[in-house]
Ligand binder design. Structure first.
Ligand code: C5P
Length: 254
């Protein structure tokens, strides 16, 4: 079995999809120490900006004079940057002081954009005395079907494009990609064991699939080679989120 070294709870990144700071704060506090981190995305960030992120993930007194923040748990800041290299580099520099563990860009922004994003992450982290965030790429949004991929001018099966963009991401020095469960195997084969695969669309056995169509259970995804599992509603909408997390960890450890 792949990837069994780290504690199972550390693989779980909880998608906190809300524009509501108080709600996000409550969930984050509840989950602290029980999971590998939380994911805040475009909905939250566009509503609440840096201040909102700091409210959720950082203690009141956690900002040092040098401006960096000390998260009370790891943060995946899922903002999927995609612009000209100079602008993306600036966007990366602007979020590094929030001290996220993971940030991301679109691979289709191209090699120069990805390389400049990497350089910017290191450049911004160094004077703050913090680790640069892990930089990962989105290959092709899994919401896009074969027809959508064709409509934007990419020829051939979507999976081929995903693997091609994952290989490009790796060549540019990034740490990994976000991918759907059904893409894990092909990317793992192409990019090897050290390339990080972050996988949403996870549904514990017996839970409601919601709008996710192609899902895997946490255990199936880790066995297939996932490093991190992005799980939202099965945890955030559970009547007892901690019990939901524990059930997932038990499933992974069984
Ligand atoms: O609630 P649920 O577990 O479906 O949440 C999954 C999270 O992962 C959401 O934040 C969603 O936007 C994100 N995501 C996804 N599928 C992708 C990429 C991201 O579900 N392909």
């Amino acid at each position: 079995m792949q990837n069994k070294a780290k504690p199972s709870k550390d693989r779980i990144l909880v998608a906190v999809d809300t524009p509501d700071v108080a709600h996000a704060q409550k969930l984050s506090r509840q989950l602290q120490g029980h999971v590998g981190g939380i994911k805040l995305g475009l909905e939250f960030f566009n509503a609440n900006g840096h201040a909102g992120v700091r409210d959720v993930i950082h203690g009141d007194d956690a900002t040092t004079p040098r401006g960096q923040a000390t998260p009370n748990q790891p943060l995946f800041l899922d903002l999927k940057f995609h612009d000209i290299p100079n602008t993306v580099a600036g966007a990366v520099r602007s979020v590094v002081p929030l001290n996220p563990k993971i940030i991301n860009v679109h691979a289709s922004g191209g090699p120069e954009m990805m390389r400049q994003a990497m350089a910017a992450a290191k450049f911004a982290a160094e004077p703050l005395g913090i680790m640069p965030p892990m930089l990962i790429a989105v290959t092709i949004l899994t919401s896009m079907g074969e027809e959508d991929v064709d409509a934007v001018g990419m020829k051939g099966p979507a999976l081929d494009q995903v693997v091609r963009l994952a290989a490009l991401t790796q060549k540019c020095g990034l740490d990994g990609v976000v991918c759907s469960a059904r893409e894990i195997e092909a990317i793992r084969k192409e990019c090897g064991p050290d390339f990080k695969l972050i996988v949403p669309g996870i549904r514990p056995a017996g839970s409601d699939k919601g709008d996710q169509k192609r899902t895997m259970t946490p255990r199936e995804a880790v066995d297939a080679g996932a490093d991190y599992l992005v799980i939202g509603r099965p945890i955030t909408q559970a009547s007892d989120p901690i019990a939901a997390v524990k059930a997932i960890v038990d499933e992974l450890d069984a």
